[in-house]
Design a protein around this ligand. Structure first.
Ligand code: EPU
Length: 302
């Protein structure tokens, strides 16, 4: 969707919104798939209520983009614009055991920065691509930990009240790859309370997680991480592997040879290819195991 109306363009400029015309979602997502639309980059949280009002009044649909690392976007000209936070400098402020982090901050850099200041707990998240806001919304986790455990407070734009609000950690429920945030709530900043640990010790944990990840996941390839959630008590990756589906492909969309729950874009995969592959694998797992796999990857359809 293109914003052409000069009045809307002037209002965006007044709100300090950076407007990029015809951005390609294939360049903004780790899968390297997705069509084109206008991208609006937000530099001041306070402008969000007015921005959303402006879009609403002008019938411009929108979606919020985090780091684009857990996302499959359809092809072609997209019927909505995309909003993204531009992280301020600095994007992490430490005070004792508290880390106040902008939602647009890079997750890996945040883990490392906190570690250097002797704050641990998040070692497992090293190597998970994306922003802190995206990790928070999905309650990202790995190697026995999840980000929700450390959340003290969240600043967000709440779609229900159309206001910026602050929620305490105990007002939010964090479950396996799921939180109680509404789909159109926009994460703005989070305060994490992290346990003190010497840097050297944290670094050791980070190295171990990095090593495990390198040996089991296709890190250098275009992917969105795990495609399916693990069903209770089972592993989607193991089931897909047991069915011999590694290497199965539709066009350039392919089940990774390294980890069967990672589907990689081997060149020029389209969303249609990737969705067909997801459907095919889901069907085969369902037939063999009577288990309906749920998407872990977020899909933006038109
Ligand atoms: N396995 C296979 N074949 C495969 C892949 C896995 O047999 O192709 C087996 C492994 O040998 C292991 C078991 O399945 O015995 C579990 O595999 P793994 O340890 O790789 O963990 P996972 O359950 O597949 C989860 C998360 C990952 C996270 C890892 C490490 C989900 C859907 N996935 O994967 O998160 O990195 O644990 O903690 O919860 C993601 O969220 O995108 C993601 C990749």
């Amino acid at each position: 969707m293109r914003i052409e109306d000069p009045k809307v363009l002037a209002a965006l400029a007044e709100l300090g919104i950076e407007h990029r015309r015809g951005a390609s979602l294939s360049e903004l997502t780790s899968l390297g798939i997705g069509g084109t639309t206008d991208l609006l980059r937000i530099t001041k949280h306070e402008s969000i209520p007015d921005l959303l009002k402006l879009l609403d009044e002008n019938g411009i649909a929108h979606k919020f983009l985090g780091g684009g690392s857990n996302l499959l976007v359809v092809d072609g000209e997209l019927p909505w614009v995309v909003l993204q936070l531009a992280a301020p400098e600095p994007d992490v402020i430490l005070e004792g055991n508290l880390a106040r982090v902008d939602a647009g901050a890079d997750l890996g850099s945040t883990v490392t920065y906190c570690a250097k200041h002797d704050l641990g707990g998040m070692e497992g998240l090293i190597g998970v691509p994306g922003t802190v806001g995206g990790a928070l919304r999905m309650n990202a986790g790995a190697y026995g930990m999840q980000i929700g455990t450390y959340v003290r407070e969240v600043k967000l734009y709440r779609a229900a009240t159309r206001k910026i609000e602050v929620l305490r950690g105990n007002q939010i429920s964090f479950e396996y790859r799921h939180t109680s945030f509404a789909p159109d709530d926009m994460m703005l900043a989070v305060t994490l309370e992290l346990p003190s640990k010497p840097y050297k010790e944290i670094l050791q944990g980070i190295r171990i997680c990095n090593e495990k990840r390198r040996s089991s996941q296709p890190l250098g390839q275009k992917s969105a991480g795990c495609i399916f959630k693990n069903p209770p008590g089972a592993s989607a990756g193991r089931m897909i592997d047991e069915l011999g589906l590694k290497g199965l492909h539709v066009g350039d969309a392919r089940v990774s040879d390294r980890h069967a729950n990672f589907f990689v874009n081997n060149g020029h995969a389209s969303a249609r290819d990737m969705l067909a592959l997801i459907g095919e694998v889901r069907e085969r797992v369902n037939k063999a195991y009577r288990v309906a796999l749920e998407n872990e990857v977020v899909v933006w359809t038109a």
